[in-house]
Design a protein around this ligand. Structure first.
Ligand SMILES: Cc1cc2nc3c(=O)[nH]c(=O)nc-3n(C[C@H](O)[C@H](O)[C@H](O)COP(=O)(O)O)c2cc1C
Length: 245
C-alpha cells in the first residue's frame, strides 16, 4: 500500500459545516473499500492529528471515476496534477494566502455578500468566510492538492470555446469529489490561487502558455461524517423558471 503525506486541514464539503480533517485511512468507508492503511494506533492520538498518513490509492481510485465523465466531442482533454510534496504545498499555500488577502477585501467576497442579506443568509456567509479564512491560514497543511488542467490558454478563447472547455473538466472534477466523499475524504473547490496562476505554474513545472489550471481541489480525510444540507432560501423553486425566462 503506497501512502502519502500528513495532515490536518479544515473546510467542509458540499455545504457542510466547516470542520477539521484527519489523515487516517481507516474509516469504515475506506476499510470496506480495502483501503485500511494499517498505521500504528498512536498516530491517531496526536493532538492535531498531524503525522497521519494518507492513501495514494484512494486518490487514484477517485481519479478513475473522474475520467468516466462526459466531454464535448469525447475530447477527454483533462489533465490532473496531484501535489503532495511538502515544499510545493508550502509554496502553493503562500501563493494562496497572497490571493486570499486580495479576495478578502473584494466586494464579491463571502463577507461582503453578507451586507444587506437576511439574517440567516448573513450568518451563512460569515460562516463560509470564517471557514475559508481558516483554510487560507492552513492551506500548506492540506495533504493532497488536485489541480485539474486543460490544454491551451482558455482565457484567450472566445466565449463558446472557453465555456465548453471548462464544462469538459468540471463534471470530471466533481465526480472526483463525489467519489472522494464516498471514501471518507473531504474536498473543497478553490480558485483563489489562480490570481497568481503563472507563479503557481512555475512552482509546479506547468507550462503556463500551454496549459490552463482550472481549480485547486483540497483533499483530506474528514473528522466525522455528520454533514447536513446547506440552507437555500426558497429552495430550487426560487431560481427556476419553466418554459420562458
Ligand atoms: C468555482 C468555485 C470557486 C471557489 N473558490 C474558493 C476558494 O478559492 N477558496 C475557498 O475557500 N472557497 C472557494 N469556493 C467555495 C468552497 O468550495 C465552498 O463551497 C464554500 O467554502 C462553502 O463550503 P463550506 O461549507 O465547506 O465552507 C469556491 C467554490 C466554487 C464553486
Amino acid at each position: 500500500m503506497r501512502s502519502i503525506s500528513v495532515i490536518q486541514i479544515t473546510k467542509g464539503y458540499m455545504g457542510a459545516t466547516p470542520r477539521e480533517f484527519q489523515g487516517n485511512c481507516t474509516t469504515n468507508a475506506t476499510r470496506s473499500a480495502g483501503h485500511d492503511c494499517d498505521f500504528p494506533a498512536q498516530v491517531f492520538n496526536l493532538k492535531n492529528r498531524l503525522g497521519l498518513r494518507f492513501c495514494r490509492d484512494l486518490v487514484e481510485e477517485c481519479l478513475e471515476y473522474a475520467v468516466q465523465a462526459p466531454t464535448g466531442s469525447n475530447s477527454q482533454s483533462w489533465q490532473f496534477l496531484v501535489v503532495t510534496d511538502g515544499d510545493k504545498r508550502q509554496a502553493l499555500g503562500d501563493i494562496y494566502r497572497k490571493g486570499w488577502e486580495a479576495y478578502a477585501g473584494m466586494s464579491a467576497s463571502a463577507a461582503s455578500l453578507a451586507v444587506g442579506a437576511s439574517e440567516d443568509r448573513a450568518d451563512q456567509q460569515l460562516r463560509v468566510m470564517g471557514s475559508a479564512a481558516h483554510l487560507a491560514e492552513n492551506f500548506h497543511r492540506v495533504p493532497v492538492m488536485l489541480i485539474p488542467c486543460l490544454p491551451g490558454r482558455i482565457d484567450q478563447w472566445p466565449g463558446m470555446g472557453a465555456v465548453s472547455a471548462l464544462a469538459g473538466i468540471i463534471p470530471s472534477t466533481w465526480s472526483f469529489m463525489l467519489a472522494a466523499r464516498e471514501r471518507g475524504l473531504g474536498t473543497c473547490w478553490t480558485t483563489i490561487h489562480l490570481m497568481y496562476e503563472e507563479e503557481a505554474a512555475g512552482v509546479l513545472g506547468i507550462p503556463y502558455d500551454e496549459v490552463t489550471q482550472v481549480a485547486l481541489i483540497t483533499v483530506a480525510h474528514t473528522l466525522g461524517t455528520d454533514f447536513r444540507p446547506a440552507s437555500r432560501e426558497g429552495g430550487a423553486a426560487a431560481v427556476t423558471r419553466w418554459e420562458t425566462w
